[in-house]
Design a protein around this ligand. Structure first.
Ligand SMILES: Nc1nc2c(ncn2[C@@H]2O[C@H](COP(=O)(O)OP(=O)(O)OP(=O)(O)O)[C@@H](O)[C@H]2O)c(=O)[nH]1
Length: 304
């Protein structure tokens, strides 16, 4: 067989679902690398992130989206919704992720958003590792198959890497023939600086839980290697109020120190070198309600 006999496939796959069902976890585990941040807190994903997976002749370009939810007045929520629904327009396959047996109005809302979309939708029933009554899964699948003509329904555990091969098989066979858009070793289109900022944001969300609702953002101010190849990174954490600044810093700086040390470990794995990380907290009042400020921080709602 010659090279010209090998027909390549390449296409876009949107991962959609209501907040917190495991979309980012799924994307990271499909890629085998952390591209998208995760936490127990809904709406962790604010930006659209693409992850590229090349498996011999097939290239799947995954688009992780912020959880689709009914609009709330704040600008950041409007932009997140637009970012999520915009990404399902021009894709070849949609993977709709749901949380085990917990189908709710949020899932119906997502399904309605996809109603007029002719793209094949694969339903991934995630978190099956948490199911206590596994015998309920088959009847549940039957109920769900009535809701739409899904291209396939695959129970998975993104976190435990269960059935991801089966899901990928269903995705790959629906990708169109075509040359690869990205080189084999490229995993994302985002810069390292962006991924670093996202890691800091993830650690903040994990440390703060409910205490800091969607009101912090991270900017990388310095990213430089010294002669010993140590990477010096300085990150600015923007919050809305001075009370939040105190929460982020914590008692005698304990919390910020913990965020910093957790983030440093992940950043060192990402960039494969030693890191000196400095974190600063600054109050930037009202940023989440100002679309222009959001754009300047990179919260785009543009199209691919
Ligand atoms: N037990 C279990 N937990 C999972 C699984 N997949 C994801 N989770 C957890 O579910 C939570 C939410 O996961 P995310 O990947 O952040 O969810 P998301 O859908 O991207 O969330 P948004 O950013 O809010 O849209 C995290 O605590 C994950 O660890 C799974 O297969 N099993």
């Amino acid at each position: 067989m010659t090279d010209s006999d090998v027909s390549n496939q390449c296409g876009y796959v949107a991962i959609v679902g209501r907040p917190n069902v495991g979309k980012s976890t799924l994307m990271n585990h499909l890629l085998g690398q952390k591209i998208s941040i995760t936490s127990r807190k809904p709406q962790t994903t604010r930006h659209r992130v693409i992850g590229i997976r090349t498996e011999t002749s097939v290239q799947a370009i995954y688009v992780d989206t912020p959880g689709i939810h009914e609009s709330e007045p704040k600008a950041i929520n409007r932009m997140m919704n637009r970012a999520a629904t915009g990404s399902v327009k021009d894709v070849d396959v949609i993977v709709m992720v749901v949380d085990g047996l917990k189908w709710n109005d949020g899932d119906d809302y997502v399904l309605r958003k996809l109603m007029s979309n002719p793209t094949p939708v694969i339903l991934a029933i995630n978190k099956v590792d948490t199911l206590e009554e596994k015998q309920k899964l088959l009847p549940h699948i039957e109920v769900l198959s009535e809701k739409r003509d899904f291209a396939a329904i695959v129970p998975i555990s993104a976190l435990r890497n269960q059935q991801l091969d089966a899901l990928e098989t269903e995705i790959f066979k629906r990708l169109p023939a075509g040359e690869h858009f990205y080189s084999e070793d490229q995993v994302t289109d985002r810069s390292t600086r962006f991924l670093v900022a996202e890691i800091v944001r993830e650690k903040l969300m994990r440390q703060l839980g409910k205490e800091l609702p969607y009101s912090c953002s991270v900017e990388i101010e310095e990213f430089e290697y010294d002669k010993k190849q140590i990477c010096h990174i300085s990150a600015l954490i923007l919050v809305e109020r001075s009370s939040q600044k105190r929460i982020v810093i914590g008692d005698k700086g304990d919390r910020l120190r913990k965020v910093g040390s957790d983030a440093r470990t992940d950043i060192e794995t990402l960039i494969e070198s030693k890191v000196m990380l400095k974190l600063w907290v600054k109050v930037k009042s009202g940023w989440s309600d100002d679309e222009r400020a959001l754009r300047s921080l990179g919260y785009d709602d543009g199209q691919y």
